[in-house]
Write a protein that binds this ligand. Sequence first.
Ligand code: NAI
Ligand code: MG
Length: 501
Amino acid sequence: MSTTAAPLAPQLDPYALAAELSGKHLIGGRLVASASGKTFDVVNPAKGEVMGRAGYGEAADVDAAVAAAVEAGVTWKALPARERGRLVAECGRLLTAHTEELARLVALETGKALRTESRVEAGVLADAFTFFGGLGGELKGETVPFNPKMLTLTVREPLGVVGAIIPWNVPMMLMALKIAPALVAGNTVVVKSAEEAPFAVLRACQIMAQVLPAGVLNILSGFGPECGAPLVAHPRVAKVTFTGSVETGRIVSRTAADKLIPVTLELGGKSPMIVMGDADLAAAVAGAVTGMRFTRQGQSCTAASRIFVHDSLHDAFVTALKAKVDAMVMGDPLDERTDIGTIVSPQQFDRVQGYIAEGKRTPGAAAHECSALPTDAALAKGLYVRPVIFTGMTNDSRLAREEIFGPVTCVIRFTEYEDVIAQANDSDFGLAATIWTRDLKTALDATQRLQAGLVQVNQNLVVQPNLSYGGVKSSGLGKEATLEAMLEHFTHKKTIMLNMA
Ligand code: NAI
Ligand code: MG
């Protein structure tokens, strides 16, 4: 158990919470400084001000965290599976009591609006622990009819120490989808948070450390090469689960290949949304707003960033979509009136602006800029980018091929169904896709032919526990968020034979 005496009380002031967590990692159930004592600045992207300093994790900290996880693993994996599940579900209960606090903290560090995004994310975080906490009893094996004289059975065993590397866009939710199943399956975990968003996930782990035995869950903050790379390379780390860019995914995967350990990769996307001529226009426009994650500044791997609209609806669709996004309020992420907050970091801001500038220079393309920048002087240094709808862009342009991770979507006109299916599939990615039509045959045909891990018809729901999540092609390897994901990616199957002759 953690050494915290009194139960943690929710702290609704995110600045105070960031100060309290500054310079710390969670190792062996305790908040500790980096071995080197070093820290790095964490900036609130809405105001451009330093909100706290995070522990600068390096190889020595990785060693300490992995050692704590190895030690804790001995008793953790020996617990009855349902008892581990009960403790994980208890984490869900505690996190539920802290959702508002966590939502405010993640809003401050990422710039995601509290009402439209951060609160939703905090809810999914808690829900993931509740969901997986109920699955302990499902870690079942089989009996195999191999030979009547040999009792042959399989059991599911944990892999050992899991290294989980997470990004900044939905840090709490993505962490939860990795660690909740890993823990229930009997593994212990070391998380490496994203340098842009270290605090909310650290707080969530500190909350969970009140019920989890010390060392079962550890979290480090730090940069990719200095902290993420040694975690992947650590000889005692038996499995790596990663969410982030394709480029970093490849680096992680190469190290894992050298060690011959399994790796799960959730990478980027360039998800197509197809609006057929018979679609419900209003529903499709609303679906484009959710699908494109305008409330998250488009910083989503499943963002509907290529919207193919039938010629007969194209102009009406663009007009209605623009009107809807125009009505969204850009502002302080902590303000309840705000729909759209900021881009997470100056690097991402420059990247997104680069794509927008390129789009504006593209012959034949038009940029429809939506909504309005906030006028509040306190937000003058905020990393605000007005959402942009491009028209006249072709599927072979860089804006339609590369993941922008910003509030930028391309609406592409089409006339023929066969052609739009071919264009939708003509992408390096294959994470998600949607089709909007009233015709059942078209809908069914598209669900069969679209190359993606998740295909939806006439809706654009976001990722949640119990829905298998993961991509094909460059979008990744492996699935998350379900019972099967827990069994396939966080356990190995051992065969046991008893000679009864
Ligand atoms: P990234 O892939 O570099 O970072 C993700 C995580 O990996 C962070 O925790 C980072 O510290 C860590 N990391 C970086 N280098 C590493 C290394 N050598 N070894 C181990 N861990 C390492 O992504 P970044 O730089 O934050 O964003 C760049 C682009 O990646 C975005 O513009 C977006 O297109 C994409 N991205 C996709 C995400 C998704 O949900 N699929 C999430 C975040 C970014
Ligand atoms: Mg990077």
